[in-house]
Design a binder for this molecule. Structure first.
Ligand code: QAP
Ligand code: CO
Length: 177
Protein backbone atom coordinates (compact mmCIF):
# COMPACT_ATOMS: atom_id res chain seq x y z
CA UNK A 1 0.00 0.00 0.00
CA UNK A 2 1.96 2.99 -1.38
CA UNK A 3 5.01 1.89 0.54
CA UNK A 4 7.00 0.97 -2.56
CA UNK A 5 10.60 2.08 -2.74
CA UNK A 6 12.18 3.20 -6.03
CA UNK A 7 15.40 1.40 -7.06
CA UNK A 8 18.18 2.69 -4.83
CA UNK A 9 21.57 3.81 -6.12
CA UNK A 10 24.56 4.97 -4.09
CA UNK A 11 25.61 8.62 -4.35
CA UNK A 12 29.34 9.10 -4.85
CA UNK A 13 31.60 12.07 -4.22
CA UNK A 14 31.75 14.81 -5.41
CA UNK A 15 27.92 14.64 -5.20
CA UNK A 16 26.90 17.49 -2.86
CA UNK A 17 23.79 15.64 -1.68
CA UNK A 18 26.12 13.58 0.53
CA UNK A 19 26.41 16.72 2.69
CA UNK A 20 22.66 17.07 3.40
CA UNK A 21 21.74 16.69 7.08
CA UNK A 22 19.13 13.94 7.63
CA UNK A 23 15.83 14.57 9.45
CA UNK A 24 14.47 12.43 12.31
CA UNK A 25 11.92 9.78 11.35
CA UNK A 26 8.53 10.62 12.87
CA UNK A 27 6.76 7.36 12.11
CA UNK A 28 8.24 3.91 11.52
CA UNK A 29 5.83 2.79 8.79
CA UNK A 30 5.85 0.29 5.92
CA UNK A 31 7.79 2.68 3.71
CA UNK A 32 10.60 3.03 6.25
CA UNK A 33 10.71 -0.76 6.74
CA UNK A 34 10.90 -1.26 2.96
CA UNK A 35 13.65 1.33 2.60
CA UNK A 36 15.63 -0.39 5.37
CA UNK A 37 15.29 -3.82 3.68
CA UNK A 38 16.26 -2.36 0.28
CA UNK A 39 19.30 -0.71 1.91
CA UNK A 40 20.42 -4.01 3.49
CA UNK A 41 20.08 -5.75 0.11
CA UNK A 42 22.07 -3.01 -1.66
CA UNK A 43 24.73 -3.07 1.08
CA UNK A 44 25.20 -6.85 0.69
CA UNK A 45 25.27 -6.57 -3.14
CA UNK A 46 27.92 -3.85 -2.80
CA UNK A 47 29.98 -5.92 -0.34
CA UNK A 48 29.66 -3.28 2.35
CA UNK A 49 29.32 -3.49 6.12
CA UNK A 50 27.26 -0.33 6.60
CA UNK A 51 25.03 2.06 4.67
CA UNK A 52 23.30 5.30 5.66
CA UNK A 53 20.05 6.54 4.06
CA UNK A 54 21.91 9.73 3.04
CA UNK A 55 24.03 7.60 0.67
CA UNK A 56 20.90 6.52 -1.23
CA UNK A 57 19.57 10.09 -1.37
CA UNK A 58 16.98 9.56 1.39
CA UNK A 59 17.63 12.26 3.96
CA UNK A 60 16.13 10.55 7.00
CA UNK A 61 17.89 9.25 10.11
CA UNK A 62 18.24 5.57 9.20
CA UNK A 63 21.32 3.35 8.98
CA UNK A 64 21.92 -0.35 8.39
CA UNK A 65 25.01 -2.34 9.41
CA UNK A 66 26.24 -5.93 9.36
CA UNK A 67 29.87 -6.54 10.32
CA UNK A 68 29.54 -10.37 10.32
CA UNK A 69 31.21 -12.27 7.47
CA UNK A 70 28.13 -14.32 6.55
CA UNK A 71 25.31 -11.72 6.52
CA UNK A 72 24.11 -13.10 9.86
CA UNK A 73 23.85 -9.87 11.88
CA UNK A 74 21.74 -7.38 9.92
CA UNK A 75 20.90 -4.36 12.06
CA UNK A 76 18.48 -1.54 11.30
CA UNK A 77 18.92 1.60 13.40
CA UNK A 78 16.30 4.35 13.19
CA UNK A 79 17.01 7.77 14.74
CA UNK A 80 20.33 6.55 16.16
CA UNK A 81 21.91 8.62 18.93
CA UNK A 82 25.47 7.97 20.10
CA UNK A 83 26.77 8.28 23.63
CA UNK A 84 30.52 7.89 24.18
CA UNK A 85 31.33 5.24 26.83
CA UNK A 86 35.12 5.18 26.37
CA UNK A 87 36.61 8.30 24.77
CA UNK A 88 39.93 6.59 24.09
CA UNK A 89 40.60 6.70 20.34
CA UNK A 90 41.10 3.62 18.19
CA UNK A 91 42.30 3.57 14.61
CA UNK A 92 40.74 1.48 11.82
CA UNK A 93 41.29 1.47 8.08
CA UNK A 94 37.99 2.75 6.72
CA UNK A 95 36.43 2.85 3.29
CA UNK A 96 33.05 4.05 2.03
CA UNK A 97 30.80 3.06 -0.86
CA UNK A 98 30.37 6.81 -1.55
CA UNK A 99 34.15 7.34 -1.81
CA UNK A 100 35.00 4.47 -4.18
CA UNK A 101 38.58 3.30 -4.40
CA UNK A 102 39.96 5.04 -1.30
CA UNK A 103 40.67 3.93 2.24
CA UNK A 104 42.60 5.36 5.14
CA UNK A 105 43.08 5.15 8.89
CA UNK A 106 40.52 7.06 10.96
CA UNK A 107 40.52 7.50 14.74
CA UNK A 108 37.22 7.13 16.53
CA UNK A 109 35.91 6.54 20.04
CA UNK A 110 36.71 3.12 21.41
CA UNK A 111 33.33 2.29 22.94
CA UNK A 112 29.87 3.77 22.39
CA UNK A 113 26.25 3.21 23.29
CA UNK A 114 23.76 3.83 20.51
CA UNK A 115 20.07 4.38 21.28
CA UNK A 116 17.67 3.88 18.39
CA UNK A 117 14.26 2.64 17.29
CA UNK A 118 13.99 -0.81 15.71
CA UNK A 119 11.66 -1.78 12.83
CA UNK A 120 8.81 -2.15 15.35
CA UNK A 121 9.45 1.42 16.58
CA UNK A 122 10.59 -0.04 19.92
CA UNK A 123 13.32 1.87 21.75
CA UNK A 124 16.59 -0.11 21.82
CA UNK A 125 20.12 0.47 22.94
CA UNK A 126 23.32 -1.27 22.00
CA UNK A 127 26.84 -1.03 23.40
CA UNK A 128 29.49 -1.44 20.74
CA UNK A 129 33.25 -1.40 20.32
CA UNK A 130 35.65 -2.81 17.72
CA UNK A 131 34.55 -2.79 14.09
CA UNK A 132 30.84 -2.54 14.98
CA UNK A 133 31.44 0.56 17.12
CA UNK A 134 33.53 2.17 14.38
CA UNK A 135 31.01 1.30 11.67
CA UNK A 136 28.09 2.80 13.62
CA UNK A 137 30.09 6.02 14.18
CA UNK A 138 30.95 6.15 10.44
CA UNK A 139 27.28 5.67 9.41
CA UNK A 140 25.97 8.21 11.94
CA UNK A 141 28.46 10.73 10.51
CA UNK A 142 26.75 10.30 7.10
CA UNK A 143 23.45 11.45 8.66
CA UNK A 144 25.20 14.73 9.56
CA UNK A 145 26.51 15.06 6.00
CA UNK A 146 29.98 14.01 7.10
CA UNK A 147 32.31 11.49 5.42
CA UNK A 148 35.30 9.55 6.74
CA UNK A 149 37.62 11.72 4.65
CA UNK A 150 36.49 14.71 6.75
CA UNK A 151 38.55 13.10 9.54
CA UNK A 152 41.72 13.18 7.39
CA UNK A 153 44.11 16.08 6.79
CA UNK A 154 42.96 18.86 4.44
CA UNK A 155 45.69 17.82 2.02
CA UNK A 156 44.55 14.18 1.84
CA UNK A 157 40.89 15.17 1.54
CA UNK A 158 41.57 17.64 -1.29
CA UNK A 159 43.59 15.03 -3.18
CA UNK A 160 40.76 12.51 -2.94
CA UNK A 161 38.18 15.10 -4.07
CA UNK A 162 40.36 16.11 -7.03
CA UNK A 163 40.79 12.50 -8.16
CA UNK A 164 37.07 11.76 -7.88
CA UNK A 165 36.15 14.99 -9.72
CA UNK A 166 38.51 14.06 -12.53
CA UNK A 167 37.06 10.55 -12.70
CA UNK A 168 33.54 11.95 -12.86
CA UNK A 169 34.47 14.22 -15.78
CA UNK A 170 36.04 11.31 -17.66
CA UNK A 171 32.95 9.21 -16.97
CA UNK A 172 30.64 11.95 -18.30
CA UNK A 173 32.70 12.20 -21.49
CA UNK A 174 32.50 8.40 -21.92
CA UNK A 175 28.71 8.42 -21.32
CA UNK A 176 28.31 11.08 -24.05
CA UNK A 177 30.36 9.23 -26.66
C1 QAP B 1 31.98 1.87 6.65
O1 QAP B 1 31.89 1.10 4.41
C2 QAP B 1 33.25 1.27 7.23
O2 QAP B 1 35.40 1.52 -1.97
C3 QAP B 1 31.25 1.00 5.66
O3 QAP B 1 35.31 -0.62 -3.57
C4 QAP B 1 34.17 0.61 6.41
O4 QAP B 1 31.12 -0.87 3.76
C5 QAP B 1 33.51 1.40 8.55
C6 QAP B 1 33.36 -0.73 0.08
C7 QAP B 1 35.34 0.07 6.97
C8 QAP B 1 34.68 0.86 9.11
C9 QAP B 1 35.57 0.19 8.33
C10 QAP B 1 34.04 0.41 -0.33
C11 QAP B 1 33.30 -1.80 -0.77
C12 QAP B 1 32.64 -0.79 1.36
C13 QAP B 1 34.70 0.44 -1.55
C14 QAP B 1 31.82 0.08 3.52
C15 QAP B 1 34.64 -0.68 -2.39
C16 QAP B 1 33.94 -1.80 -1.98
C17 QAP B 1 32.59 0.21 2.27
CO1 CO C 1 30.31 5.53 4.27
Amino acid sequence: MSASVPPLTILELPDKRLHIKAKPIKEVDGYIRNVAQAMLKLMYESVGIGLAATQVNIHKRLIVVDVSDNHSEPRILINPKIEVLDPELVSYREACLSVPGFDDEVRRFKRIRVSFLDEQAAQQSLEADGLLGVCIQHECDHLQGKLFIDHLSNLKRRRIYKKLEKQQKLQKTADYA
